[in-house]
Ligand binder design. Structure first.
Ligand code: HEC
Ligand code: HEC
Length: 339
């Protein structure tokens, strides 16, 4: 995909208001990674080139935060597979949030969003960080006024959504459209699965076999092409949970400490780990699993001491690094435009 033509036209619109070329939208032609299921897009928000382009611009637009200091990409950084390297994210005025910024990949297929599954769609998700005082702390009305002063964005909005002004409908839908294009499925593991046996070395193959074995149970929760069952589990991360996880949404005691299984795609690039960023390295994650986690009444019964040798633990980690998709994290189409 190349945006040169769009960029060129926008440049014209920006430079000379008298010339008002009409932008025409067309189908989004990005490709779903090999082996992934087709995406079922919402009827009222099918991706098009200009919807995705508008979404990308909004994703990186500081005007979306209360004091103009943050955009979505401040906490979701492409080179870190859309995480931010912090234990928990810091929002406006340096206020610390409670959770680690999750990777944003393959969201087009995810059933529910947020770590306790409190949000059903990407269209509704975008409003959460905007309002959250620990994230962007923006009020929607002044934000829309500012965005509507931008002639480029207005022209894109008209062409992409057929509306004369940028409203909450447009902002949330365009952000969702852009985020659905964040597809990652081209790691060395994937190429190996497609028949290129030279892609994994012996150590990585040993780690892969361990990962998919009943000895470790890893692939029972981190399952399928997305490496998540999209379900919620307590893995015995802590004896007491400051963040109650799924119980925040359900208020059920058995849901305390249950969090959505995170994808493991690009896991090498998304440290620190876990909902609270409490684990710094993959080595320490594997140590926790090998010990069978901490005691907690809600702990899943598959989290038990595994008895893995030092070498086996290293093999597992080697396998996890084969899930890194270098083309994805270097895809310039997912970055803001050069200014
Ligand atoms: C201050 C840092 C910060 C900013 C800014 C931010 N996010 Fe997030 N984002 C987070 C954190 C932390 C979470 C985890 C929240 C949770 O699960 O409760 C999250 C969760 C998400 C999720 C859910 C992912 C999943 O797998 O469930 C999406 C989607 C998302 N953010 C998109 C956005 C968009 C779009 C914007 C801009 C409008 C944005 N974020 C701005 C930190 C941030
Ligand atoms: C019972 C389901 C289950 C099993 C079995 C399981 N996991 Fe997990 N895994 C999870 C959940 C849920 C989390 C998030 C926990 C949290 O944040 O509190 C997680 C987190 C992780 C993380 C950190 C991800 C991130 O982005 O922060 C890694 C890495 C990981 N698991 C790897 C493994 C490996 C390797 C195995 C096998 C040894 C394994 N998991 C077994 C459910 C499971």
């Amino acid at each position: 995909m190349r945006w040169f033509s769009v960029v060129g036209i926008l440049f014209l619109v920006g430079c000379a208001e008298s010339i008002q070329p009409t932008l025409t939208d067309s189908e989004w032609t990005g490709r779903v990674p090999a082996g992934f299921p087709e995406v079922v897009y919402p009827e009222d928000n099918k991706p098009t080139k200009l919807r995705v382009e508008l979404g990308r611009r909004l994703f990186y637009d500081n005007r979306l935060s209360g004091d103009g200091s943050l955009h979505c990409g401040s906490c979701h950084v492409l080179s870190a597979a859309f995480t931010d390297g912090r234990t928990t994210s810091t929002g406006l005025h340096g206020i610390a949030g409670k959770r680690n910024a999750p990777t944003l990949v393959n969201l087009a297929w995810m059933k529910r969003l947020m770590m306790e599954g409190g949000v059903p769609t990407l269209e509704t998700q975008a409003l959460a960080p905007l309002h959250d005082s620990t994230e962007m702390a923006a009020s929607v009305m002044p934000l829309l006024v500012k965005l509507n002063e931008d002639l480029l964005l207005k022209e894109l909005t008209r062409a992409a959504y057929g509306r004369d002004s940028i409203d909450a409908y447009v902002v949330t839908r365009a952000l969702a459209c852009f985020q659905r294009t964040l597809m990652s499925g081209d790691g060395r593991y994937d190429r190996y699965k497609q028949g290129r046996k030279d892609q994994l070395n012996e150590k990585e193959v040993r780690g892969m076999n361990l990962f998919f074995s009943t000895r470790t149970h890893c692939s029972e929760c981190h399952s399928g092409v997305f490496f998540t069952d999209m379900d919620y589990h307590n893995i015995g991360l802590a004896v007491e949970y400051a963040d109650e996880g799924k119980a925040r949404a359900t208020h059920l005691p058995e849901d305390i400490g249950r969090f959505k299984t995170p994808t493991l795609r690009n896991i090498q690039l998304t440290s620190p780990y876990m909902h609270d960023g409490s684990i710094a390295s993959l080595e320490e994650v594997i140590t926790l699993y090998n010990q069978g986690g901490h005691e907690h009444p809600n702990k899943d019964n598959r989290i038990v001491p595994l008895g893995l040798t030092e070498e086996e633990q290293a093999d597992l980690i080697a396998f996890l690094t084969t899930l890194t998709d270098w083309n994805f994290v270097q895809n310039k189409d997912l970055l803001p435009l050069m200014r």
